[in-house]
Design a protein. Structure first.
Length: 709
């Protein structure tokens, strides 16, 4: 029953990159109980929809499963003690080994304000660029592809384009499970316009196939060949937009030359796809006026993820299918705030505000703006390299924030060795139990969803408020507060004297417009003077901002101008490469990993909601019935998986016979970690091979043996 003190609170879902708006009723006024969680009808990401993970958010708030007090070497400590201990140890490590002996591994779960302060401390004051995040595992390949093609890390499309297209190509995405609200929007668009075509490019047949007019079950890792073939086809079939290529792009001839050997026959052979399937896709791409290429982890989590992204972008540039409604190459992020993190420079290869580490003018701008004593001059270690450096004894301290790398990173043996070798491991975390905490010397209780207060940016460049609805549990603090306390204890008082996230947001926005002059799309200057009340009331807001009136631009490149030095988009010549983790006689199966519909990452939150376990309550291994028969594996029987990199670790999972798998290929979800069962360490089977340009690890193409257990 409603009472007059009930309040409607609005926030965002903390899980995937769709970034849905959420309405919650708080009973009986401030700090009352939260109830009636629904999708926000007016939020442009979801217009009232939520998927099952979002719907059950309130059930994940279990205070008994939370960290509530700092622990220093296993002992309960005050914040003052913990902060001073960290500051002292960091200062000592810097004196003995230099700033590059420190690393911070964060998360797309951090809010933009947390990210900003962490980045400022590491890159401007401690003086190392060794700050990377699990966003490296998410869409860093798409970032590099976009930067190569457009000159900036920028997604050209918006979600409305999904509903106003004639051909939607889902590449390496099971959106029905991983981005369900976008999938619902696609479903509705197809109902409204049955002529709309949906093509799925994925080695597996998944629940997303429900909408498919065509499924291209290609050989894993062969996506670049498929899109080189499309570029070649466009040229052979008089389907190039020559005026656009001439006026707005560079590098076309080289890209076409590189693609010219990719005939239908060659693509068919490389991708293991019948020629008539390719013909259908390629002809639809030519004939249908509006095309969206919606790509996700199947493209990005690859040793050639950047090239795959550019192979897709090349086809949109060549056909001029970009900068218009319902057109463009659209990377959908996994994490809720992967994009907001990058806006403040939250990867080891960026500065801040989309500025470049090696650009002297950018360096000067940031150095002056921050009054930074030690601004970095070179990129730092990317995620996999950071753990390798720690395992090699070069990195002495790792501060892990809002993520569980022991369970989520590839090559678990390396990650465990890294954490064992570090002199100091600090873990800022919400959950009282996860796989990483047992390696921590200092444990810091952080706030989580419902307590955190700040902003996030979703996959369509839309900044939304994630509001603090409840007081922090126990002694938990916000990540920006924790970092600021440590910074102040290290002697950087003035630069980290923050009391409210609005101060941090304003500072970030001001930095984006310092010395920008329209050279970068990310210019949030008009938002840099918000009062706390305006910040609290901030409505979902897309960038680039068109004017001082704070109106965002939905779609980019309508004017044919890009953010490269000469204002033109760049084609990239692509030579398709095979995945690095190759099968052999000893390890004959390709292992693909991914998500299930109702769980998020290592289940430290979604695992608390019993209703989310109703869909799938345990891990499994999908195997084609013919492979299973040959190996004597029956449905439900246990299978032992082993890889060259997994050492003593054998992953043991129950088999699910599934003819939606290609023969010789296996699939296992990665959510269930050692916390949930001692033989589910799927990440241990992937060796950490990563893209040389983006550093994003391959999580879709392991090489394993599979034997009855
Ligand atoms: Fe929306 Fe993603 Fe949250 Fe589902 S998990 S409600 S799609 S943001």
């Amino acid at each position: 029953h409603a009472c007059q003190d009930d309040r409607l609170l609005q926030t965002t879902c903390p899980y995937c990159g769709v970034g849905c708006g959420v309405d919650v009723i708080q009973r009986g006024g401030m700090q009352g109980q939260l109830s009636q969680l629904t999708g926000s009808p007016e939020h442009p990401a979801n217009y009232g929809r939520l998927c099952i993970k979002g719907t059950h958010l309130l059930e994940t708030l279990d205070k008994h499963k939370r960290l509530t007090q700092p622990l220093v070497f296993g002992q309960v400590a005050t914040w003052d003690t913990a902060t001073k201990e960290i500051a002292g140890r960091l200062t000592q490590i810097i004196e003995q080994h230099g700033p590059d002996a420190i690393g911070l591994y964060g998360s797309g779960q951090l809010l933009t304000e947390d990210y900003y302060v962490a980045n400022k401390l590491m890159k401007g004051f401690i003086g190392t660029a060794n700050i990377d995040t699990n966003s490296r595992l998410c869409m860093s390949s798409a970032v590099v592809a976009y930067k190569r093609a457009f000159g900036e890390d920028i997604v050209p499309c918006n979600y409305d384009d999904l509903e106003h297209t004639d051909l939607l190509i889902l590449i390496g995405s099971n959106a029905a499970w991983t981005h369900p609200v976008l999938y619902q929007r696609i479903e509705r668009a197809k109902l409204r316009n049955p002529a709309m075509k949906v093509v799925i490019i994925d080695p597996r047949r998944t629940d997303s196939n429900t909408l498919a007019d065509l499924h291209i079950a290609l050989r894993p890792g062969s996506d670049s060949a498929l899109f080189c073939g499309l570029l070649n086809f466009l040229a052979d079939n008089n389907a190039l937009d020559n005026p656009f290529i001439e006026a707005s792009t560079n590098g076309f001839d080289d890209a076409l030359k590189a693609a010219s050997s990719w005939s239908l026959e060659a693509v068919s052979e490389a991708c293991d796809v019948p020629q008539d399937y390719l013909n259908t896709l390629y002809n639809w791409f030519v004939e249908l006026p509006r095309v969206i290429s919606f790509f996700s982890m199947g493209i990005n989590q690859s040793t050639t993820g950047v090239d795959k992204g550019n192979a897709i972008i090349n086809c949109h540039l060549a056909s001029g299918k970009i900068g218009r409604e319902g057109c463009g190459p659209f990377s959908i992020t996994g994490q809720p705030n992967a994009m907001g993190g990058r806006e403040v420079g939250g990867l080891s290869t960026m500065l801040a505000a989309h500025m470049d580490i090696e650009d002297p003018e950018h360096h000067q701008t940031v150095s002056t703006f921050w009054q930074a004593p030690n601004l970095i001059t070179k990129p730092g270690l990317k995620a996999v390299d950071m753990f390798q450096a720690a395992a090699d004894g070069k990195l002495k301290c790792l501060w892990i924030m809002a993520t569980n790398p022991v369970a989520s990173m590839p090559n678990r043996a390396l990650v465990e060795k890294a954490l064992t070798h570090c002199e100091l491991v600090i873990v800022s975390e919400t959950a009282a139990k996860n796989d990483t905490l047992r390696f921590a010397d200092i444990v810091l209780p952080a706030t989580g969803w419902s307590e955190k207060n700040g902003t996030v940016t979703n996959s369509e460049r839309r900044i939304s408020r994630q509001r603090g609805l409840l007081a922090p549990i126990g002694e938990a603090k916000h990540d920006w507060q924790i970092i600021s306390m440590v910074a102040r204890a290290m002697g950087f008082e003035d630069a980290f004297n923050y009391h409210h996230p609005q101060q941090i947001f304003n500072e970030h926005c001001a930095l984006t417009s310092a010395n920008n002059n329209g050279a970068r799309a990310l210019d949030l200057g008009p938002l840099a003077t918000l009062t706390i009340a305006e910040y609290d009331a901030l409505r979902p807001q897309q960038w680039p901002l068109e004017s001082a009136h704070r109106i965002g631009r939905e779609r980019l490149f309508a004017n044919g101008e890009y953010y490269t030095k000469d204002g033109k988009a760049r084609f990239i010549a692509i030579t398709p490469q095979k995945p690095e983790q190759k099968t052999c006689t000893q390890y004959p199966y390709i292992l693909n990993t991914g998500r299930v519909r109702d769980q998020w990452h290592t289940m430290t939150r979604t695992g608390n909601a019993s209703r989310l376990l109703k869909h799938i309550d345990r891990p499994w291994l999908s195997i084609h019935p013919d492979d299973a028969k040959r190996k004597g594996i029956s449905d439900g029987s246990l299978v032992a998986l082993h890889a060259a990199c997994s050492g003593d670790i054998k992953v043991i999972l129950p088999a699910k016979l599934d003819d939606r798998q290609r023969k010789g290929e296996l699939f296992a979800p990665f959510h269930w970690s050692a916390t949930w069962g001692s033989h589910c360490k799927v990440g241990a089977l992937l060796n950490g091979a990563n893209d040389a340009l983006s550093g994003q690890p391959e999580l879709k193409h392991g090489a394993v043996s599979a034997t009855p257990f």
